[in-house]
Design a protein around this ligand. Structure first.
Ligand code: ARG
Length: 464
């Protein structure tokens, strides 16, 4: 189909088809369609309020735009837009409005440029997706919190690791609370961004310097849920900060999700056996009949890397650009939209997969003492008895070495020997089992059951 270009008026020659196709952003910006329609309705209202269009034109425009919104919601708009051969979603909507509203449609673009139109649609998109990201992240935090309460009730214990080496026994509730804390931060980041994207309306900045039409920018801003118009038209049309912030927040969200994913992938191996991913969320192998693969968590890990790359690419696409609009920003927008859509899909997938994780409390607890995880408690007990920490560390280290050689755990003989070495009246009073070690912790934020309960209560309050 011969493209009907919004800007073709001055041109004597037919555009080169291949270059026109190269310049199309339609596939990338179709996701902005509903947001463009909202911006266009507010713009039509501002045109009417300014006396540029009369009530009947305003009404025909609004009805046509409402129909386009219905077509977008019904999923029929995309095919039409592709068939229209428009250069981008904004041109496709303009073309559809002119089909539906007849000559009234020719008034819609008065006092507007695609430059402020793109910036407006993008701000509305960011507000929507950031709010959605906040919801999903809050959902993960709440799910982690609920599971932490159950695990606290059951007093399930596992060996916490650092460097993946056994460290000290902790309540599973501490681990789950950590997941809750991470995702509460993710939710906060997204929520702040949603608020930022409700601050200033780009609409009315036009190409780069405003318009000679007496448009009330405060009116269109209000209609779109912004607090005020942007202050500087030149800045507005070249600004992609909100888009970059969304991609950044999404990449950060997945960076957190990827770390939890990595741990769960390992926990789900039979060698670890701490968890099992329900069959509803796992995949099998086409050759190995026994396999149960934790694909969602692996995909989240991969998507986190891809989002990080998309952010780096999007930011790079803006560097060195002079002020105002440059077509490079179409690439920025494509990276932001594609990257954010994929990242938010991955975040939702993570949220679902997390609910399919089944913990094996017996297996965790049975291994919580492996690797001499109570050694630090013995050293703490020596320090509490007045032995300096270097000496305490050395004394307990020597007992660990001996026990390792003998192939046994730390036991009463070690407590007796340590008490004697320290010059105490009797054996060292220190926990030998994981449950006692957990109870021995004293500090706020620790794995002590009371401290964990306090932390979970505070997390719950912060999520409310
Ligand atoms: N498709 C373009 C974009 O997304 C629309 C803006 C074009 N503006 C222009 N002045 N040619 O960036």
């Amino acid at each position: 189909m011969k493209p009907e270009l919004q800007w073709g008026g001055r041109f004597a020659a037919e555009p080169d088809a291949a270059l026109l196709a190269f310049g199309s952003s339609l596939e990338d910006d179709l996701v902005l369609a509903a947001f463009d329609v909202r911006g266009s309705r507010a713009h039509a209202a501002a045109l009417h309020a300014a006396g540029i269009i009369d009530a009947s034109v305003a009404q025909r425009l609004d009805e046509a735009l409402a129909s386009v919104a219905d077509e977008i919601a019904a999923g029929t708009f995309a095919a039409q837009a592709r068939a229209s051969a428009a250069e981008d979603v904004h041109g496709a909507i303009d073309a559809r409005v002119r089909e539906l509203a007849g000559d009234a449609g020719d008034w819609l673009h008065a006092g507007r440029s695609r430059n402020d139109q793109v910036a407006t649609a993008l701000a509305l998109y960011v507000r929507d997706r950031a709010a959605r990201g906040a919801d999903v992240a809050r959902g993960v935090a709440r799910a982690a919190l609920a599971r932490a309460r159950e695990a606290l009730e059951a007093q399930t214990i596992l060996a916490a690791t650092t460097h993946w080496q056994p460290a000290q026994p902790v309540l599973l509730a501490l681990w789950l609370g950590a997941v809750g804390e991470m995702f509460a931060r993710v939710a906060t980041r997204f929520a702040r961004l949603a608020a930022d994207a409700a601050q200033a309306s780009p609409l009315g900045a036009a190409a780069c310097c405003g318009t000679g039409l007496p448009l009330d920018r405060a009116l269109s801003a209000r209609l779109l849920g912004f607090r005020e118009p942007t202050r500087n038209a030149l800045d507005t049309v070249g600004d992609r900060d909100l888009g970059l912030d969304l991609l950044h927040a999404s990449a950060r969200a997945l960076a957190s999700a990827s770390r939890v994913s990595e741990e769960l992938v390992l926990w789900c191996t039979p060698a670890f056996g701490y968890a099992r991913l329900d069959d509803a969320a796992s995949t099998g192998s086409s050759i190995m009949p026994q396999k149960r693969n934790p694909d969602p968590f692996e995909l989240v890990r991969g998507a986190a890397a891809a989002a990080n790359g998309a952010f780096a690419g999007a930011l790079a696409s803006t560097t060195g650009l002079a002020l105002s609009y440059h077509r490079d920003l179409q690439e920025t927008k494509a990276l932001v939209l594609r990257g954010s859509e994929r990242a938010l899909a991955a975040l939702s997938a993570f949220a679902s997969a997390f609910d399919y994780v089944r913990f094996d409390a017996a297996r965790m607890s049975a291994r919580a003492g492996d690797g001499y995880t109570v050694a630090t408690d013995l050293a703490d007990a020596l320090t509490l008895g007045g032995i300096d920490t270097r000496r305490a560390h050395a004394l307990v280290g020597a007992r660990v070495l001996g026990a390792e050689r003998e192939g046994r755990s730390l036991d009463a003989s070690d407590l007796a020997a340590l008490g004697e070495a320290a010059g105490f009246a009797g054996p060292l009073d220190a926990p030998l089992d994981a449950a006692a070690s957990v109870r021995a912790k004293r500090t706020a934020g620790s794995t002590n059951p009371d401290a964990v309960r306090n932390a979970l209560d505070a997390l719950e309050a912060s999520l409310a």
